[in-house]
Write a protein that binds this ligand. Structure first.
Ligand code: PNS
Length: 174
């Protein structure tokens, strides 16, 4: 044991857009919890024009999901991920890889983050088999076309999705 080195319980950061969160994401958080004592799920809050939910709405849904789980915290971040990691004294990024098609983008991101901050390590986790085809984009498309996503997103998220698309087809009148 190296007595002079301070040992910190590592905080892992799972960043993403989460527009909206689906059960594939939740399964990655569950896996990350097996490896790390604390997981921060970090929502990129860049107010993207094409996003379905605002960063605040996404945070609200995710906070609801992990309320009562003291090992998971939901935070938002803006700008560079490595800056956020520095702010919270973390060097560990969690990302899920569903298929080979994810690899190139994930590899590029991991190497760029390492270049920006050499101590940052990216840990790739694989999702539950049932969720390998799942993405926020597909979930939104299915709901927008009237399909049922029960069992693919947390129930409160499904209700919010259906409500959002109902509002879009029948905007509230004053
Ligand atoms: O869920 P996503 O959209 O695949 O998540 C991508 C995310 C948010 C992890 C990535 O875009 C990101 O980290 N953005 C912050 C900006 C940044 O640090 N860019 C440099 C790394 S490529």
């Amino acid at each position: 044991m190296v007595a002079s080195q301070e040992v910190h319980a590592p905080i892992a950061v799972y960043p993403g857009s989460f527009d909206p969160i689906h059960l594939g994401h939740v399964a990655i958080v569950d896996r990350a919890k097996k490896l790390f004592p604390r997981v921060i799920v970090a929502v990129l809050a860049n107010n993207e024009k094409n996003a379905l939910f605002t960063p605040e709405e996404r945070l609200e849904m995710m906070n609801e999901l992990w309320a009562g789980d003291e090992r998971v915290e939901v935070r938002s971040f803006q700008g560079l991920l490595v800056k956020f990691l520095e702010e919270i004294s973390s060097t560990i990024v969690i990302r899920g890889i569903r298929a080979v098609s994810d690899f190139e983008y994930e590899f590029m991101m991991a190497l760029m983050n390492r270049r920006l901050s050499p101590e940052v390590e990216t840990v790739f986790l694989t999702p539950k088999e049932d969720y390998t085809y799942l993405s926020s984009r597909v979930v939104k498309e299915v709901v927008s076309l009237g399909g049922d996503v029960t069992g693919l997103v947390p129930e409160p998220v499904r209700l919010r999705l259906e409500e959002r698309y109902r509002e879009a087809t029948h905007p509230p009148t004053s």
